[in-house]
Design a protein around this ligand. Structure first.
Ligand code: DAH
Length: 357
């Protein structure tokens, strides 16, 4: 026989496929069978009289004795498996297209799970407290319902003091329902200064975030409830320079390392001297723009040296201890940082606003 004929014959017939090869091709072909006609063709091709599997089974007797057992067992096992797969597929086709398979379009893009986030106020509180935390300040919180004594008296704001007018107050009704009690919704976080000093001996370095309330009409820059972060540092020998250095460092951490700060005299009954701290406008770098209303400066907090009367009220000796205190509005800081123009957004619950942070 010419060698050319021999090789072409081999290409057509090839060596008979192994049991495992038959299994692979048969099962792969079954996946695509989508009608009873195709299924029947598959049965003929893989289980029929002329199928490779039948050929294998038929040839077993002619195999060397040592192969007979293993080939026979695996060929018979495959026949069982293919018959079972066929029956299953037939059942599937009879049941018709399954609802799940129909509903599952694997080519559709996945649905993104919407993740929540922290409220911009919470984020800002954390940034502020982190900045002071890095400078060794601890964090404390106090009650939102407060005694008149802590909110006003302990802070050197006596009942007849005109400064009380600055804090229009939500008073709680007295128990008998006639008139107001001596409890209120705190108008600032400063009462925690007095509470902490009463409970602790110096040294104290603490920041106090919390919600405050004021009985006033709302507009773009006023809310009846808002957050403040209070700060207090008391020890032997604390000076105004310590205060300036600490608050300067805070401003740089929150508003950028190139920030400048300005302190001007201001009045708060619980500090002496009192100051208002401003940063140079980070939008125009102090040139004057709409953000800083042309002044080049933006006020961010009140501060001062703790008033000797406040120290005495809590039982500290003002000859031994000195300290500084400060307080800032959280929403105001957030508004400046993010260019938010209406404080009422914070409590609006509007996802179009909230999801931007
Ligand atoms: N409690 C003041 C307010 O609500 C803010 C403040 C000013 C707090 C000066 C202070 C301070 O601790 O020293 O307007």
């Amino acid at each position: 026989m010419a060698s050319g004929t021999e090789s072409s014959e081999a290409a057509t017939a090839g060596p008979p496929p192994s049991v495992e090869e038959i299994r692979t091709t048969a099962l792969a072909a079954l996946v695509d069978a989508d009608s009873e006609v195709v299924l029947d063709q598959w049965r003929v091709a893989y289980l029929g009289r002329k199928s490779d599997l039948t050929n294998v089974l038929r040839s077993i007797s002619s195999l060397p004795a040592e192969d007979r057992k293993t080939v026979g067992a695996s060929a018979n096992q495959l026949r069982g498996a293919l018959e079972e797969a066929l029956a299953e597929k037939a059942q599937e086709l009879k049941a018709g297209p399954s609802e799940i398979a129909d509903a599952l379009d694997v080519t559709l893009p996945g649905r993104r799970r919407r993740s929540g986030g922290l409220h911009p106020t919470t984020q800002t509180i954390r940034e502020i407290t982190d900045a002071f935390g890095a400078m060794g300040f601890q964090i404390a919180e106090g009650p939102e319902i407060e005694w008149e004594r802590y909110n006003f008296d302990a802070l050197n704001i006596p009942a007849d003091h005109p400064a009380r007018d600055q804090w229009d107050t939500f008073w709680l009704d007295s128990p008998d329902g006639k008139g107001r009690s001596d409890m209120l919704l705190r108008t600032h976080t400063s009462p925690m200064q007095a509470r902490l000093m009463e409970q602790t001996d110096p040294p104290i370095r603490v920041v106090i975030p919390g919600r405050c309330f004021r009985y006033e009409a709302t507009d773009a820059t006023h809310e009846w409830h808002f957050f403040q972060v209070e700060g207090l540092a008391v020890d032997r020998g604390i000076t105004f320079a310590d205060m300036k250095g600490t608050l300067f460092e805070f401003a740089r951490r929150i508003f950028g390392p190139e920030r400048k700060v300005r302190f001007r005299v201001d009045f708060f009954p619980f500090v002496e001297p009192g100051a208002e701290m401003a940063i140079d406008c980070f939008k125009c770098n102090g040139q004057g723009c709409s953000m800083c209303k042309g002044t080049g400066w933006i006020e961010i907090m009140g501060a001062g040296m703790v008033h000797p009367a406040v120290l005495r009220n809590v039982g500290y000796d003002p000859e031994v201890y000195t300290g500084f205190a400060f307080g800032m509005g959280v929403e105001r800081i957030a508004m400046l940082r993010h260019g938010i123009d209406d404080v009422r957004q914070f409590a609006s619950g509007d996802l179009r606003f909230l999801s931007q942070f």
